[in-house]
Write a protein that binds this ligand. Sequence first.
Ligand SMILES: [Zn+2]
Length: 337
Amino acid sequence: MKIRNILILLATMSVAWVATAQRVSNTSAYPRLPIDTLESATEGVKIITFTNNTWEYYFPEREEWDKNEIFTENWVTDKVAAYKDDVKTLPDEMELTLIDDFDDFHPPYIGKVYSRYGYRGRRAHGGTDIPLDRGDPIYSTFAGKVRYAKYNSGGYGYLVIVRHFNGLETYYGHLSAVNVAVDDYVAAGQVIGYGGNTGRSTGPHLHYEMRYRGMTFDPERLIDFQEGFLRFQTFAIEKSYFNVNSRADEMLEEYDDELELFAQSGDELTSEDILNNIEKAEAERAAEAEPKYYTIKRGDNLGSIARRHGISINELCRLNGIKSTSTIYAGKRLRVK
Ligand SMILES: [Zn+2]
């Protein structure tokens, strides 16, 4: 269990949700020109006012998302599968930022988990099932953009897939209706559809998946569905998690143990002491693990780059999820630490 995963186990019962961008139709005779940008009640969201007395929300961070390859690549809106990757191409561990100043969390649905990630008899179950009443609202877990929103004949029934700024995707299946369209930006906590029993389903429930580059992992690693909170702000996701035999249990037991250890480690530790300890450990770890990048120049090869940074070619390949035989191009960035 990594300290980083214990860190800031803030029970982010944050329900504050950012209203969705609304387009107000231009019915006025006045031309619709922007007049002013105002702060809204939600941090990171602004309001633009127009000459015809209309207004709309403006999310500056979305422009940042669109510069991010992990967010924009493999944008496929008519199929569930967007990636052709194999788990082998992933680095052993990746650090995902789940929420930050701009990006919030909202549970997709609060309820008792009825069927967990993992094998059910001989069939692999790639998500978490939570029973619900037909028509209950289903919320986007984080902010993001809708990649898929329609009926899926492969078993999901009405399905919404949202891609988030860190490349993570969340799937919401068996819905009775979808409430968003492909390419819509959504806020955390926005209603993306309504619970149902469509597709291969034997009773109204939400089938919820988390995927990274198309590969599933146990959503209970991150979310306590029954209490409705996010366990971590940042999450170190390990390659071994992308395996339907790999459930959250062990990780969560360690997580509880670590919490207890923290609690026992002082005579009278206050919760503030614990938080300070966690913060300190996190800062030390961050200083150590700070990744470094190198931009490939003409004439470089993997050997010369590895040598220059005091690492082996294997290590260089591992850090970048490439093979020693991969071709490299000047101008591309490689992680060297
Ligand atoms: Zn399911």
